[in-house]
Design a protein around this ligand. Sequence first.
Ligand SMILES: Cc1cc2nc3c(=O)[nH]c(=O)nc-3n(C[C@H](O)[C@H](O)[C@H](O)COP(=O)(O)OP(=O)(O)OC[C@H]3O[C@@H](n4cnc5c(N)ncnc54)[C@H](O)[C@@H]3O)c2cc1C
Length: 289
Amino acid sequence: MQAEIADQEMQGVDLSHLTTFRMSGSVQKLFKPGDVEEFTEIIKSFLKVGKNFKVLGGGSNTIIRNGKLPLISTSKLSKFKFVGNYVQAQVGVKLSTIVKEAEKRGLSGIEFASGIPGTIGGAIFMNSGAFGGEISQCVEKVTVVDENGILNELDTSKLDFAYRSSIFHNQKMWITSCLLRLNYSTCEKVSERTQSFLEIKKRTQPLAMPSVGCIFKNPKSGYAAQLIDAAGLKGFKVGGVKVSEKHAGFFVNVGKATFENFEMVYNEVFKRVRDKFGVELEPEITIIW
Ligand SMILES: Cc1cc2nc3c(=O)[nH]c(=O)nc-3n(C[C@H](O)[C@H](O)[C@H](O)COP(=O)(O)OP(=O)(O)OC[C@H]3O[C@@H](n4cnc5c(N)ncnc54)[C@H](O)[C@@H]3O)c2cc1C
């Protein structure tokens, strides 16, 4: 098995292709397992020797600092099957694929995810959501590799879903696949909702620029983007990283963004919002140090 794992290891991979922020740099070790079995084996091999690693989905919510931590990409775990109103999906399936396939079949419940990039695995980790919907509302169960390298099935009540959070933030478990439940509707109704959400996103978010979505969670009262805007930070820029003028919750890569640029913008936004409004914004994104 060790030789097979080594076959999937790539070294010195260009970082700019791994996250939607397209940050410059390189990753020392990247694994791209071809199926769930290989994914599980790679995780087990890290657990066995007590070495740290990180699983990466579409990289649409992740900033990577220096690429020293080995990464396991789920991009090849992309099989899915619709049975009635249920979807069985491996973690690397793109959220946009599930939205599109559900729309074709007149299945409702995941229209809110229209325009959210990334994979179903990342969406479950983040409990991604928009327009009042969240992925937790669709998840029936997930299969995970636990910290002992054992495969377990967990139903949704065990996943501690909360605003942009799940059990996977606090426990060493990695998702391999999931079962989603949608609701029967009509193609027309689903399509109308999907398109209207996408239109709103296009109008209000910098979708054409490289970004990782909202950088900060909304505080208990109000919106992070409104506070950032009111602190006069729209358009604030260091090197290749700028606070979007279209949506102050987004940072965009305006060219050759580095982690140092990102960190300086992040710290300045955090500080100015705290000093002006007494609110300490919390990160929504994952930063891989
Ligand atoms: C333009 C744009 C718009 C966006 N709009 C929204 C929005 O409206 N709502 C919203 O919630 N988000 C939004 N996002 C953020 C992001 O797209 C979502 O959070 C998305 O679901 C993340 O999926 P991913 O596969 O890219 O995750 P990644 O960035 O690859 O990973 C995110 C986290 O999940 C972990 N993870 C990934 N796969 C697994 C796995 N199999 N097992 C365990 N952990 C795993 C990673 O380690 C990481 O900590 C937006 C982003 C962009 C760029």
